[in-house]
Design a protein around this ligand. Structure first.
Ligand code: PLP
Length: 374
Protein backbone atom coordinates (compact mmCIF):
# COMPACT_ATOMS: atom_id res chain seq x y z
CA UNK A 1 0.00 0.00 0.00
CA UNK A 2 1.28 3.44 -0.90
CA UNK A 3 1.45 5.76 2.08
CA UNK A 4 0.28 9.32 1.47
CA UNK A 5 3.31 11.18 2.80
CA UNK A 6 2.82 14.14 0.46
CA UNK A 7 -0.83 14.56 1.40
CA UNK A 8 -1.63 16.65 4.47
CA UNK A 9 -3.83 13.94 6.05
CA UNK A 10 -2.01 12.47 9.07
CA UNK A 11 -2.76 10.51 12.21
CA UNK A 12 -0.70 12.15 14.90
CA UNK A 13 0.32 9.92 17.79
CA UNK A 14 1.26 11.51 21.07
CA UNK A 15 3.95 9.28 22.56
CA UNK A 16 3.70 10.95 25.96
CA UNK A 17 0.00 10.10 26.18
CA UNK A 18 0.71 6.38 25.73
CA UNK A 19 3.61 6.54 28.18
CA UNK A 20 1.56 8.34 30.84
CA UNK A 21 -1.46 6.08 30.37
CA UNK A 22 0.78 3.04 30.98
CA UNK A 23 2.32 4.63 34.06
CA UNK A 24 -1.13 5.29 35.50
CA UNK A 25 -2.18 1.67 34.94
CA UNK A 26 0.99 0.42 36.60
CA UNK A 27 0.27 2.60 39.63
CA UNK A 28 -3.33 1.39 39.74
CA UNK A 29 -2.48 -2.34 39.71
CA UNK A 30 0.63 -2.14 41.89
CA UNK A 31 4.03 -3.82 41.70
CA UNK A 32 2.79 -7.38 42.10
CA UNK A 33 0.84 -7.35 38.86
CA UNK A 34 2.53 -7.55 35.46
CA UNK A 35 1.33 -5.20 32.75
CA UNK A 36 1.12 -6.57 29.20
CA UNK A 37 0.47 -3.98 26.50
CA UNK A 38 -1.95 -5.12 23.81
CA UNK A 39 -0.55 -4.04 20.45
CA UNK A 40 -2.53 -6.22 18.08
CA UNK A 41 -4.03 -4.75 14.90
CA UNK A 42 -1.04 -2.46 14.46
CA UNK A 43 -1.46 -1.16 17.98
CA UNK A 44 -5.15 -0.40 17.43
CA UNK A 45 -3.99 1.70 14.47
CA UNK A 46 -1.36 3.58 16.52
CA UNK A 47 1.62 1.60 15.17
CA UNK A 48 2.51 -1.70 16.87
CA UNK A 49 6.29 -1.39 16.94
CA UNK A 50 6.28 2.29 17.88
CA UNK A 51 3.74 1.69 20.66
CA UNK A 52 5.73 -1.30 21.88
CA UNK A 53 8.89 0.83 22.03
CA UNK A 54 7.10 3.44 24.15
CA UNK A 55 5.70 0.66 26.33
CA UNK A 56 9.17 -0.82 26.86
CA UNK A 57 10.37 2.61 28.05
CA UNK A 58 7.39 2.79 30.39
CA UNK A 59 8.45 -0.56 31.86
CA UNK A 60 5.73 -2.98 30.75
CA UNK A 61 6.38 -6.67 31.35
CA UNK A 62 5.20 -8.05 28.02
CA UNK A 63 2.93 -7.75 25.02
CA UNK A 64 -0.22 -9.31 23.67
CA UNK A 65 -1.01 -9.62 19.99
CA UNK A 66 -3.55 -11.60 18.04
CA UNK A 67 -1.52 -13.13 15.19
CA UNK A 68 1.78 -14.97 15.01
CA UNK A 69 2.80 -12.48 12.31
CA UNK A 70 2.22 -9.62 14.75
CA UNK A 71 4.40 -11.34 17.35
CA UNK A 72 7.16 -11.93 14.79
CA UNK A 73 6.99 -8.27 13.74
CA UNK A 74 7.78 -7.29 17.34
CA UNK A 75 10.65 -9.78 17.55
CA UNK A 76 12.06 -8.50 14.24
CA UNK A 77 11.93 -4.99 15.67
CA UNK A 78 14.11 -6.13 18.57
CA UNK A 79 11.43 -6.52 21.25
CA UNK A 80 12.70 -9.25 23.59
CA UNK A 81 10.00 -9.09 26.31
CA UNK A 82 7.44 -11.92 26.60
CA UNK A 83 4.75 -11.93 23.92
CA UNK A 84 1.44 -13.77 24.17
CA UNK A 85 -0.69 -14.46 21.11
CA UNK A 86 -4.34 -14.11 22.17
CA UNK A 87 -5.81 -15.52 18.97
CA UNK A 88 -5.70 -19.12 17.76
CA UNK A 89 -2.66 -19.86 15.65
CA UNK A 90 -2.81 -22.84 13.29
CA UNK A 91 -1.41 -25.76 15.37
CA UNK A 92 1.36 -26.40 12.82
CA UNK A 93 2.91 -23.00 13.65
CA UNK A 94 3.75 -24.00 17.23
CA UNK A 95 7.41 -24.49 16.35
CA UNK A 96 7.65 -21.04 14.76
CA UNK A 97 6.30 -19.54 18.01
CA UNK A 98 8.59 -21.69 20.18
CA UNK A 99 11.64 -20.72 18.11
CA UNK A 100 11.03 -17.08 19.02
CA UNK A 101 10.03 -17.69 22.63
CA UNK A 102 6.46 -16.57 21.89
CA UNK A 103 3.63 -17.83 24.12
CA UNK A 104 0.44 -19.10 22.53
CA UNK A 105 -3.19 -19.55 23.50
CA UNK A 106 -4.62 -23.06 23.73
CA UNK A 107 -8.25 -22.92 22.58
CA UNK A 108 -9.07 -26.64 22.96
CA UNK A 109 -7.67 -30.09 23.74
CA UNK A 110 -7.79 -31.01 20.08
CA UNK A 111 -5.61 -28.03 19.17
CA UNK A 112 -3.15 -28.96 21.92
CA UNK A 113 -2.76 -32.53 20.70
CA UNK A 114 -2.33 -31.44 17.10
CA UNK A 115 0.22 -28.74 18.00
CA UNK A 116 2.20 -31.21 20.10
CA UNK A 117 2.34 -33.84 17.36
CA UNK A 118 3.63 -31.16 15.02
CA UNK A 119 6.21 -29.90 17.57
CA UNK A 120 7.65 -33.41 17.83
CA UNK A 121 8.06 -33.42 14.07
CA UNK A 122 9.35 -29.87 13.66
CA UNK A 123 11.88 -29.88 16.54
CA UNK A 124 12.00 -26.13 17.28
CA UNK A 125 15.24 -24.62 18.55
CA UNK A 126 13.65 -23.42 21.80
CA UNK A 127 11.48 -25.62 23.96
CA UNK A 128 9.19 -25.90 25.80
CA UNK A 129 6.45 -24.03 23.95
CA UNK A 130 4.76 -21.73 26.47
CA UNK A 131 1.02 -22.14 26.69
CA UNK A 132 -1.87 -20.11 28.09
CA UNK A 133 -5.11 -22.03 28.46
CA UNK A 134 -8.07 -19.93 27.35
CA UNK A 135 -11.20 -20.47 29.43
CA UNK A 136 -14.45 -19.55 27.71
CA UNK A 137 -16.53 -18.35 30.65
CA UNK A 138 -19.16 -16.69 28.50
CA UNK A 139 -17.51 -14.72 25.71
CA UNK A 140 -18.35 -17.63 23.40
CA UNK A 141 -15.25 -17.09 21.29
CA UNK A 142 -12.33 -19.40 22.10
CA UNK A 143 -11.30 -21.58 25.01
CA UNK A 144 -12.36 -24.45 27.22
CA UNK A 145 -15.98 -24.55 28.31
CA UNK A 146 -15.93 -27.92 30.10
CA UNK A 147 -13.88 -28.58 33.23
CA UNK A 148 -13.29 -32.17 32.06
CA UNK A 149 -11.65 -31.06 28.83
CA UNK A 150 -9.58 -28.50 30.73
CA UNK A 151 -8.37 -31.21 33.10
CA UNK A 152 -7.45 -33.41 30.15
CA UNK A 153 -5.38 -30.54 28.70
CA UNK A 154 -3.59 -29.86 31.99
CA UNK A 155 -2.74 -33.57 32.37
CA UNK A 156 -1.51 -33.67 28.78
CA UNK A 157 0.77 -30.65 29.30
CA UNK A 158 2.13 -32.14 32.51
CA UNK A 159 2.86 -35.39 30.66
CA UNK A 160 5.03 -33.53 28.12
CA UNK A 161 7.30 -31.32 30.27
CA UNK A 162 10.13 -31.06 27.75
CA UNK A 163 7.79 -29.96 24.96
CA UNK A 164 5.16 -27.89 26.74
CA UNK A 165 5.01 -25.41 29.61
CA UNK A 166 1.77 -24.27 31.21
CA UNK A 167 2.60 -20.57 31.64
CA UNK A 168 -0.86 -19.10 32.05
CA UNK A 169 -4.60 -19.52 32.36
CA UNK A 170 -6.96 -16.78 31.34
CA UNK A 171 -10.43 -15.68 30.45
CA UNK A 172 -11.92 -12.68 28.70
CA UNK A 173 -14.92 -10.75 30.02
CA UNK A 174 -17.51 -9.55 27.56
CA UNK A 175 -19.25 -6.99 29.81
CA UNK A 176 -16.61 -5.59 32.16
CA UNK A 177 -17.32 -2.14 30.70
CA UNK A 178 -20.91 -1.91 31.82
CA UNK A 179 -22.83 -0.62 34.84
CA UNK A 180 -24.80 -3.86 34.77
CA UNK A 181 -22.47 -6.37 36.41
CA UNK A 182 -24.67 -9.47 36.33
CA UNK A 183 -23.07 -11.12 33.30
CA UNK A 184 -19.62 -10.20 34.60
CA UNK A 185 -20.51 -12.01 37.85
CA UNK A 186 -21.57 -15.14 35.93
CA UNK A 187 -18.23 -15.20 34.12
CA UNK A 188 -16.39 -14.66 37.41
CA UNK A 189 -18.14 -17.66 38.96
CA UNK A 190 -17.27 -19.89 36.00
CA UNK A 191 -13.62 -18.82 36.06
CA UNK A 192 -13.39 -19.45 39.81
CA UNK A 193 -14.80 -22.94 39.24
CA UNK A 194 -12.27 -23.68 36.47
CA UNK A 195 -9.41 -22.39 38.61
CA UNK A 196 -10.05 -25.13 41.19
CA UNK A 197 -8.29 -27.66 38.96
CA UNK A 198 -5.43 -25.43 37.79
CA UNK A 199 -2.12 -26.24 39.52
CA UNK A 200 -0.77 -23.58 41.86
CA UNK A 201 2.58 -23.17 40.13
CA UNK A 202 1.15 -21.61 36.97
CA UNK A 203 2.85 -18.26 36.54
CA UNK A 204 -0.01 -16.16 35.18
CA UNK A 205 -3.71 -16.05 35.92
CA UNK A 206 -5.23 -13.25 33.95
CA UNK A 207 -8.72 -11.97 33.36
CA UNK A 208 -8.22 -8.24 32.95
CA UNK A 209 -8.59 -6.26 29.75
CA UNK A 210 -8.74 -2.47 30.14
CA UNK A 211 -12.26 -2.45 31.56
CA UNK A 212 -11.56 -5.18 34.14
CA UNK A 213 -8.38 -3.35 35.14
CA UNK A 214 -10.10 0.02 35.48
CA UNK A 215 -13.40 -0.96 37.09
CA UNK A 216 -12.99 -4.41 38.64
CA UNK A 217 -9.69 -4.16 40.45
CA UNK A 218 -8.08 -6.45 37.77
CA UNK A 219 -10.10 -9.29 39.27
CA UNK A 220 -7.92 -12.28 40.29
CA UNK A 221 -5.13 -11.37 37.87
CA UNK A 222 -1.41 -11.22 38.41
CA UNK A 223 -1.13 -9.88 34.89
CA UNK A 224 -3.32 -7.38 33.02
CA UNK A 225 -3.78 -7.08 29.26
CA UNK A 226 -4.40 -3.41 28.56
CA UNK A 227 -5.28 -2.23 25.09
CA UNK A 228 -7.84 0.53 24.63
CA UNK A 229 -7.09 2.44 27.81
CA UNK A 230 -3.35 2.49 27.03
CA UNK A 231 -4.23 4.45 23.89
CA UNK A 232 -6.46 6.77 25.93
CA UNK A 233 -9.68 5.18 24.71
CA UNK A 234 -12.40 4.72 27.33
CA UNK A 235 -13.48 1.08 26.86
CA UNK A 236 -16.99 1.84 28.09
CA UNK A 237 -17.56 4.62 25.56
CA UNK A 238 -18.86 7.09 28.09
CA UNK A 239 -20.87 4.76 30.32
CA UNK A 240 -18.26 4.58 33.09
CA UNK A 241 -15.79 7.16 34.38
CA UNK A 242 -12.20 5.86 34.50
CA UNK A 243 -10.43 6.10 37.90
CA UNK A 244 -7.84 8.40 36.29
CA UNK A 245 -7.81 10.60 33.21
CA UNK A 246 -7.08 8.69 30.01
CA UNK A 247 -5.07 10.80 27.58
CA UNK A 248 -6.16 10.17 23.97
CA UNK A 249 -3.06 9.28 21.97
CA UNK A 250 -4.34 9.76 18.42
CA UNK A 251 -5.44 12.89 16.58
CA UNK A 252 -6.49 12.89 12.95
CA UNK A 253 -5.70 16.01 10.97
CA UNK A 254 -5.77 17.26 7.42
CA UNK A 255 -5.98 20.58 5.56
CA UNK A 256 -8.31 22.41 3.25
CA UNK A 257 -6.98 21.71 -0.26
CA UNK A 258 -9.68 23.54 -2.18
CA UNK A 259 -12.28 26.17 -1.29
CA UNK A 260 -15.03 27.91 -3.21
CA UNK A 261 -18.27 29.81 -2.75
CA UNK A 262 -21.29 27.98 -4.08
CA UNK A 263 -24.60 29.62 -5.02
CA UNK A 264 -27.89 28.51 -3.39
CA UNK A 265 -29.53 25.43 -4.90
CA UNK A 266 -26.28 23.73 -5.96
CA UNK A 267 -25.63 20.06 -5.20
CA UNK A 268 -22.56 18.61 -3.54
CA UNK A 269 -21.03 15.14 -3.89
CA UNK A 270 -22.03 11.76 -5.34
CA UNK A 271 -25.74 11.17 -5.49
CA UNK A 272 -26.27 14.96 -5.15
CA UNK A 273 -27.48 14.38 -1.59
CA UNK A 274 -26.69 17.87 -0.29
CA UNK A 275 -28.10 21.10 -1.67
CA UNK A 276 -26.87 24.53 -0.65
CA UNK A 277 -29.55 26.81 0.72
CA UNK A 278 -27.62 30.09 0.46
CA UNK A 279 -24.23 31.26 -0.74
CA UNK A 280 -22.06 28.71 1.05
CA UNK A 281 -18.32 28.32 1.46
CA UNK A 282 -17.56 24.70 0.63
CA UNK A 283 -14.09 23.28 1.25
CA UNK A 284 -12.63 19.97 0.14
CA UNK A 285 -10.49 17.89 2.50
CA UNK A 286 -8.33 15.01 1.30
CA UNK A 287 -9.72 12.08 3.25
CA UNK A 288 -12.27 9.49 2.28
CA UNK A 289 -13.46 5.96 2.76
CA UNK A 290 -10.30 4.47 1.25
CA UNK A 291 -8.52 5.99 4.26
CA UNK A 292 -10.89 4.23 6.64
CA UNK A 293 -12.96 7.40 6.97
CA UNK A 294 -16.19 5.58 6.30
CA UNK A 295 -19.14 6.95 4.33
CA UNK A 296 -21.30 7.05 7.44
CA UNK A 297 -19.30 10.14 8.51
CA UNK A 298 -21.52 12.22 6.23
CA UNK A 299 -23.16 14.82 8.48
CA UNK A 300 -20.42 14.61 11.15
CA UNK A 301 -18.61 17.86 11.99
CA UNK A 302 -14.88 18.54 11.94
CA UNK A 303 -12.99 21.52 13.38
CA UNK A 304 -11.55 24.45 11.45
CA UNK A 305 -10.05 27.19 13.59
CA UNK A 306 -12.06 25.93 16.56
CA UNK A 307 -15.35 26.00 14.64
CA UNK A 308 -17.49 22.96 13.84
CA UNK A 309 -17.95 22.40 10.10
CA UNK A 310 -20.34 19.79 8.78
CA UNK A 311 -19.32 17.15 6.23
CA UNK A 312 -21.80 17.83 3.44
CA UNK A 313 -22.61 15.39 0.71
CA UNK A 314 -21.30 11.86 0.60
CA UNK A 315 -17.81 10.97 1.73
CA UNK A 316 -15.91 10.03 -1.46
CA UNK A 317 -13.11 7.48 -1.76
CA UNK A 318 -10.32 10.04 -1.21
CA UNK A 319 -12.02 13.36 -0.51
CA UNK A 320 -14.85 14.90 1.50
CA UNK A 321 -16.53 18.29 1.40
CA UNK A 322 -17.24 20.46 4.43
CA UNK A 323 -19.34 23.61 4.86
CA UNK A 324 -17.39 26.52 6.33
CA UNK A 325 -18.94 29.35 8.36
CA UNK A 326 -16.85 31.79 6.27
CA UNK A 327 -13.95 31.68 3.88
CA UNK A 328 -10.82 29.93 5.12
CA UNK A 329 -7.68 29.79 3.02
CA UNK A 330 -6.47 26.64 1.34
CA UNK A 331 -3.87 25.13 3.66
CA UNK A 332 -5.92 25.81 6.81
CA UNK A 333 -5.67 22.94 9.31
CA UNK A 334 -8.73 20.71 9.74
CA UNK A 335 -9.04 18.48 12.80
CA UNK A 336 -11.21 15.42 12.45
CA UNK A 337 -10.36 13.97 15.86
CA UNK A 338 -8.42 15.80 18.52
CA UNK A 339 -8.01 19.38 19.69
CA UNK A 340 -8.31 22.47 17.52
CA UNK A 341 -8.25 25.95 18.97
CA UNK A 342 -9.78 24.99 22.31
CA UNK A 343 -12.39 22.57 20.92
CA UNK A 344 -12.02 18.80 20.99
CA UNK A 345 -13.64 16.06 18.91
CA UNK A 346 -13.35 12.64 20.53
CA UNK A 347 -13.27 9.22 18.88
CA UNK A 348 -16.36 8.53 20.97
CA UNK A 349 -18.26 11.37 19.23
CA UNK A 350 -17.24 9.88 15.88
CA UNK A 351 -18.25 6.40 16.99
CA UNK A 352 -21.70 7.61 18.07
CA UNK A 353 -22.19 9.29 14.70
CA UNK A 354 -21.38 6.17 12.68
CA UNK A 355 -23.07 3.73 15.09
CA UNK A 356 -19.86 2.04 16.17
CA UNK A 357 -17.42 2.02 19.10
CA UNK A 358 -14.44 4.26 19.73
CA UNK A 359 -12.01 1.29 19.25
CA UNK A 360 -13.03 0.84 15.65
CA UNK A 361 -12.14 4.27 14.27
CA UNK A 362 -8.32 4.13 14.71
CA UNK A 363 -8.27 0.40 13.90
CA UNK A 364 -9.81 0.86 10.48
CA UNK A 365 -7.71 3.85 9.39
CA UNK A 366 -5.95 2.60 6.32
CA UNK A 367 -2.23 2.30 5.90
CA UNK A 368 -2.46 5.14 3.38
CA UNK A 369 -2.74 7.58 6.31
CA UNK A 370 0.76 8.13 7.71
CA UNK A 371 1.32 7.88 11.45
CA UNK A 372 3.34 10.82 12.74
CA UNK A 373 4.81 10.57 16.23
CA UNK A 374 5.22 13.62 18.42
N1 PLP B 1 -7.53 -9.58 26.09
C1 PLP B 1 -8.14 -10.16 25.05
C2 PLP B 1 -8.32 -11.64 25.05
C3 PLP B 1 -8.60 -9.39 23.98
O1 PLP B 1 -9.20 -9.97 22.95
C4 PLP B 1 -8.42 -7.99 24.05
C5 PLP B 1 -8.90 -7.11 22.98
O2 PLP B 1 -9.80 -7.34 22.25
C6 PLP B 1 -7.78 -7.44 25.14
C7 PLP B 1 -7.34 -8.25 26.15
C8 PLP B 1 -7.60 -5.95 25.28
O3 PLP B 1 -8.85 -5.35 25.43
P1 PLP B 1 -8.98 -3.79 25.71
O4 PLP B 1 -8.53 -3.13 24.46
O5 PLP B 1 -10.41 -3.59 25.96
O6 PLP B 1 -8.09 -3.50 26.85
Amino acid sequence: MTIGYTRPTKAIINREAIYHNIKKHQKLVGDDVDVFAVVKANGYGHGAVQTAQIAVQAGVNGFCVSLLDEALELREAGITLPILILGVIPPYYGAAAADEGISVTVPSYEWLEHATRQLIEDKPSQLPLRLHLGIDTGMGRIGFREVEELKQAIDFIQAHPTLLELEGVFTHFSKADSKDESYFALQQARFAEAMKIVPNGVRYRHTANSATTLWHDHWQSNMVRIGASMYGINPSGDELEPPFELEPAMSLETMIVHVKQVAPGEKIGYGATYETTENEWIATIPIGYADGFVRRFQGFSVLVDGEYCEIVGRVCMDQSMIRLPRKFEEGTKVTIFGENNGQVISLQAGAEHIGSINYEIPCVLSERVPLVYT
